[in-house]
Design a protein around this ligand. Structure first.
Ligand code: PLP
Length: 375
């Protein structure tokens, strides 16, 4: 059976990107953010690769994701001495519900405590459990999404009681504008984070996601939390060409056709040929996570890569099909030929931009229809 569309995952590139991001922050440890099934690429392949590169700290969004991850990590070859020095830590970003505390403790998973109530919940859960267990405190420094706000933090200043009976493993916060280096929000969040650190008991700190890493060593603290950079997406306006593409998506040419000037292509007859043209129909569409918006010609055509050329997607994208203009290609094209939708020759960031989104959304929308090929 021929695969309609396939997703190549370059695990060497993933490991190299992890090392690149880690080496850029020599004073910090490097965790990996693997929420949403490792940004759509699959925790089952991404986590073992990162683990073999030395990564021991992971962030996910939900407890469910953490349990899956925990089972994967447990099945990996362990090194007892190394594990004692650098134990695996799996953090859940979305916070703690009372009914889940026992499950966290049973699996040794760490919640990121997002409120005073959650700190209390964890404290009582550890008390019932009969042993202190580690958790992180998530501080909101202006994002206004998750975490303890400034008033919460002030109420904890110099208090020791809320931190008794459990182990404060990490104090963390998240940047809203890390991808815009000059945005004043970055400095403001950094200041608020420092202030929070003076109010809370001493513990390792973490602020930078991928973009935060490029803001300078002030932002590195003790632990970085990179996601998109590991997967080869640009995280910042800075040209971070030192990262290697990890995910490549391919489809086949199903049919080649010649159309005359004035004929239209696709639903809505939106695209109208301005010349006689040769087009190719590919075995991929929005059902595979290619955003329908990418079929519009404004603000510019999205490009795919075939036979050594970048060629535009034309007409509205269908669920399982899309059309490309191959008029300019002189090489012989045939049905069954592979076309790169994004990858080393057609950047995911360009496709994301034309699709009016970000690489993160393209990756997490890929879905399950692809055959995954590991490189
Ligand atoms: C998703 C997420 C990250 C990773 O962000 P990238 O931009 O992908 O590096 C880090 N920290 C938190 C809290 C997140 O939600």
């Amino acid at each position: 059976m021929i695969d309609s569309a396939w997703l190549e995952i370059n695990l060497t590139a993933l490991r190299n990107n992890y090392s690149t991001m880690k080496n850029h922050c020599p004073t910090a440890q490097a965790s990996a953010v693997v929420k949403s099934n490792a940004y759509g690429l699959g925790v089952d392949v991404v986590v073992p690769a990162l683990f073999s590169e030395g990564c021991r700290q992971f962030f996910v969004a939900t407890l469910d994701e953490a349990i899956t991850l925990n089972n994967i990590v447990k099945s990996l070859p362990q090194n007892i001495e190394d594990d004692a020095l650098r134990p695996v830590r799996i953090y859940v970003l979305n916070g703690l519900f009372a009914q889940d505390a026992g499950t966290y403790l049973e699996h040794g998973i760490l919640p990121c405590l997002n409120s005073l109530e959650q700190i209390q919940l964890w404290q009582s859960a550890c008390h019932r459990h009969g042993a202190p267990a580690p958790a992180a405190v998530y501080v909101d420094t202006g994002f206004n999404r998750l975490g303890l706000d400034e008033a919460n933090i002030e109420s904890l200043r110099n208090e020791t009681a809320p931190f008794e009976g459990w182990h404060l493993e990490l104090i963390m916060s998240h940047l809203a504008c890390g991808d815009t280096p000059d945005h004043p929000m970055n400095r403001a969040q950094l200041e608020r984070f420092h202030n929070a650190l003076t109010a809370l008991p001493e513990a390792p700190a973490s602020l930078a996601n991928s973009a935060g890493v490029w803001l300078g060593s002030d932002y590195h603290f003790d632990l970085t939390r990179c996601g998109i950079s590991l997967y080869g997406g640009a995280a910042s306006q800075l040209p971070d060409t030192i990262l290697e593409p990890v995910a490549s998506v391919f489809a086949h040419i199903l049919q080649l056709r010649v159309i005359a000037i004035g004929e239209s292509v696709g639903y809505g007859a939106d695209f109208v040929a301005q010349n006689d043209m040769r087009i190719a129909i590919l075995s991929i569409g929005y059902g595979d996570g290619i955003i329908r918006q990418a079929g519009r010609s404004q603000p510019g055509f999205a490009h795919v890569f075939v036979a050594g050329h970048a060629v535009p997607i034309i007409g509205r994208i269908s669920m399982d099909l899309l059309a490309i203009d191959v008029s300019e290609i002189e090489a012989k094209l045939e049905t069954g030929m592979a076309v790169e939708i994004f990858g080393p020759n057609a950047s995911i960031d360009s496709l994301a931009e034309i699709s009016q989104t970000i690489s993160y959304e393209l990756l997490t929308r890929l879905g399950t229809r692809y055959k995954r090929i590991l490189k």
